[in-house]
Design a protein around this ligand. Structure first.
Ligand code: SAM
Length: 250
């Protein structure tokens, strides 16, 4: 078994990423939970291309973004500068981050914790959050609710999951195939990229799945209190058919 888990470079090509991720339902959720006080300090962990960071900064918040992928941050910085937003984008690993200040609200959005492949990775990131959160500050995160039927279907056949044109004019087609590792809880997803009508490459998108009861327990063990657990960004109750686990913690 190949135990080197990763996300392929093309997936983190800023323009290919942004072209695919245009749905902003999560932005409205995160906006609703921002403190009323615009002087509050906000920290986004795994900020990527600034898809959420930049609109929140434009709402008037003092927000910093952390990510360890240079290509994603390059796109974030280019967009922020075009929009006239002064955002501190920091290239760092969220498992070892050490900043000299604390924040009123910290969030890890858009399934990013699925790239923390081992429990120790997740626990390190939770400790970093604790260390950087002010007393009474909020910690928000979202991830998928594992769906065994969806994975079983994804193992049977390759499916076309996206077709779009990037801002620099590349026609992208992505087909997906997955293989779930029962031992590690890692879904070995492959995205097969076709660019301008020609096969380009297979890119890995390995995702560690977190089952609902275990994630609740991990948050509690790491001294977070779960105030709300929603099943989606409209704050619907978490239930049997929820696609997402969306947490508000202190
Ligand atoms: C799904 S993207 C989310 C990007 C952005 N928050 C958004 O909402 O579009 C996941 C991001 O997490 C970052 N990431 C994954 N593991 C990380 C780690 N250990 N430290 C810092 N960033 C990490 C990746 O580089 C990538 O930009």
């Amino acid at each position: 078994m190949n135990t080197s888990y990763k996300v392929g470079d093309l997936i983190y090509d800023g323009l290919i990423y942004d072209g695919m991720n245009t749905d902003l339902a999560d932005l409205e959720f995160y906006r609703r939970w921002m403190p009323k006080n615009r002087d509050a300090r906000i920290l986004e962990l795994c900020c990527g291309t600034g898809r959420l960071t930049i609109p929140i900064a434009k709402d008037g918040y003092d927000i910093s973004g952390v990510d360890h992928t240079a290509s994603m941050l390059a796109e974030a910085k280019a967009k922020a500068s075009k929009e006239g937003c002064a955002i501190d984008f920091i290239e760092a690993d969220i498992r070892t981050l050490d900043l000299p200040e604390k924040f009123d609200l910290i969030f890890i959005p858009f399934n990013s914790i699925h790239h923390l492949y081992k429990n120790e990775d997740l626990f390190k990131a939770f400790k970093v959050v604790k260390k950087h959160l002010k007393n009474g500050g909020l910690f928000l995160l979202d991830c998928f609710n594992p769906n065994i039927q969806f994975i079983a279907d994804g193992e049977k056949e390759q499916k076309e999951i996206a077709q779009y044109t990037t801002r620099d004019g590349r026609e992208i087609l992505i087909k997906e195939r997955m293989r779930y590792e029962n031992k590690t809880q890692i879904n070995r997803i492959e995205w097969h990229y076709y660019i301008n009508g020609e096969f380009d490459s297979i890119q890995n998108l390995d995702m560690r799945l977190f089952f609902p009861q275990e994630l609740d327990a991990y948050l509690k063990w790491n001294d977070f209190t779960i105030i709300h657990k929603f099943g989606g960004f409209d704050e619907e109750a978490f239930n049997d058919s929820s696609e997402k686990q969306v947490f508000v913690c202190v």
